[in-house]
Structure formats: C-alpha cells, structure tokens
Design a protein around this ligand. Structure first.
Ligand code: SAM
Ligand code: ZN
Length: 289
C-alpha cells in the first residue's frame, strides 16, 4: 500500500482542499501547495500555522514550548531516530503491559480503517496492523514518523501508512475512520484537549468508535506524587463533560490501575481491596458519535 492509495481520504489542513498526485508528491487542488511523500509510505501534511493557545500554568506553557519545537523540526530521513516511548524503562514494563491489556479490551478484533492520531513509537497501536484493513500512524514528531516508516518498510507491512501531521489541524476528510485511537495525549491542558477531541470526532465514521484516555487527577492527589508532573489530569466527570461537549455519546470508561500492574485482571483479594481505596491512575474511554 502507498500513500497515493489514501489520497481520497486526505486533504490539506488549511483549506481542506482535495489532493492529487504530482510525480511522487501530493498537490492541493485548491491552493496548489505541494506535500512531500517519503518512500511512498509517509507523507508530511502540516498546516501553514501552528495552533495558537496561551498556556495558563507551568505545565501548559511547557507543553506549548514542546509543541512549537516539534512543529518546527525539518523532515530529515535519519538513520537512528530518537523518539518518545521507544525504550520502556524496567520499572514501567509491567505498567505498560497492564495499560495495553486494558486498552485492548475495548478494541474490536476486526477493523476497516484505523488511525492512531499520536502514535509515538506505536508501542500501543502497532499491533493494530493485524486487526485493521488499513492502519494509519500519525505524529508531529519527525523521529516518530521516520521510525514507524522504517519499521513498516523493514517488516514488509502492506496495510500501514504514516502521516506527519498536527492533530490540532488534522489533514483527513470527515467521518472516515472506524477506529480512532488516542493514547496518553489528552494531557496538555483543557484548550488542547478540546481541540484534539474535536479532531477525533470529525474524522470518526458515524458507526465508528474512538478510544482515548486521560490521567486521573485524584490519583496523584491521593498518593501525594505524580508519575508525570508535566501532564494534566482530570476527574472522571471532567473527562465525561469534555467528551459530551464535543458530541460523543455511548460512553464506557475502564479504570486503569498502574498500582495493580502485576495482577492483570485484578482477581486477587488484595487487588479488590486496594481498588476500593485507591483511585485509578487513568481512565480509558470507548466513545461513539
Ligand atoms: C506522550 S506521547 C504518547 C505517544 C503514544 N500515543 C503512546 O502512548 O505511547 C505524545 C505523542 O504525541 C505527539 N504529538 C504532540 N503534539 C502533537 C500534535 N500537535 N500533533 C500530532 N502529534 C503530536 C508527540 O510527538 C508524541 O509522540
Ligand atoms: Zn489547499
């Protein structure tokens, strides 16, 4: 599969114009801008401008600085991309397994069109290649896009593509994906979250599902520390309100307890007791339009 096979689903994020192929690249029929395709399987479709938002606190300001930095990176096809989530630290291995275990409880066995809007290393979504007819990995980070493209090429995967894009200005037509995944990314501040959830809503097909997660603010309040002090957490009600505000319904949320990482299905008596006392680390939501 090549980027050109996806052309009817793509659009230029600024003008929402259709794209056509011009030699190996893509061209917007409305504004005539050209977008580079790399090795037939990766396309860069950034908007002309960054999404403007003002940080209201230190965490948000840091997130905006990081956004500006990755947005401004030139696309270089590098040999050793270095990216977020590639190496899983020893002490996080069980938590990661647990996170994936709970996440996959919500994912159907077979999917037609699937997308991970902030794929990172693909550590949660790469295996969707086996469940989906078409799997699209997106990220703003050049290193993520290069890493995933190289992996797809090396493994001879035939049904996956990579799009370097900004999910705050998403370059896909409306209502095309049956599954939209967004993991560990609704963590950068309310305005960011609302804009990202709107993008997810737009590209989700009417009978599709979106799977997304938030960090639980009561987890760190309860424990007095936070495993990631540079992210924003919400109460379950606040998460639900954001999703409803954008239009999602039919919501189901699974609690994810990193503290019970070793007990995958939380069957032990101790796990059951701890769950009564301890707030979950995160909530993973399955939502529909
Ligand atoms: C915390 S990581 C999570 C990655 C992956 N979902 C996971 O759980 O392993 C957030 C990812 O979002 C990407 N990202 C940040 N801002 C973005 C934007 N505006 N558009 C697309 N991707 C973005 C980052 O490059 C990073 O890979
Ligand atoms: Zn255009």
């Amino acid at each position: 599969m090549k980027v050109y096979d996806l052309i009817n689903y793509l659009c230029y994020p600024d003008c929402r114009g259709d794209l056509i192929q011009r030699s190996e690249n893509l061209l917007c029929v409305k504004c005539n801008r050209e977008y580079k395709v790399y090795n037939d399987i990766c396309v860069e479709l950034l908007p002309s401008k960054m999404f403007f938002r003002v940080g209201k606190n230190e965490v948000e300001i840091r997130a905006i600085d990081s956004y500006k930095k990755i947005f401004g990176e030139p696309f270089i096809w590098k040999d050793n991309p270095s990216l977020w989530g590639l190496d899983i630290p020893e002490k996080y291995v069980n938590k990661f397994k647990k996170h994936k275990h709970v996440l996959y409880k919500l994912i159907p066995e077979k999917i037609k069109m699937s997308i991970d809007v902030s794929a990172g290393s693909g550590r949660f979504s790469y295996s969707l290649i086996d469940r989906a007819n078409i799997m699209v990995f997106c990220d703003l980070s050049v290193d993520s896009c290069v890493y995933l493209s190289q992996k797809i090429e090396k493994e001879g995967v035939k049904n996956a593509l990579v799009v370097r894009c900004d999910y705050l200005s998403i370059p896909f037509k409306d209502k095309i994906f049956d599954l939209v995944l967004c993991n560990d990314t609704l963590i950068y501040g309310y305005e960011h979250e609302i804009k990202l959830i709107s993008s997810i809503y737009k590209i989700l097909s009417p009978d599709g599902i979106a799977i997304l997660d938030f960090a639980n603010k009561y987890h760190h309040l309860f424990l007095g520390f936070w495993h990631k002090p540079y992210t924003v957490g919400y109460s379950k009600k606040e998460m639900e309100n954001m999703l409803r505000k954008i239009g999602f319904s039919n919501m189901e949320a699974l609690p994810l307890y990193y503290d019970l990482a070793k007990d995958l299905d939380e069957q032990s008596i101790l796990s059951r007791i701890i769950k009564i006392i301890l707030p979950p680390t995160r909530y993973i939501w399955k939502v529909e339009k």
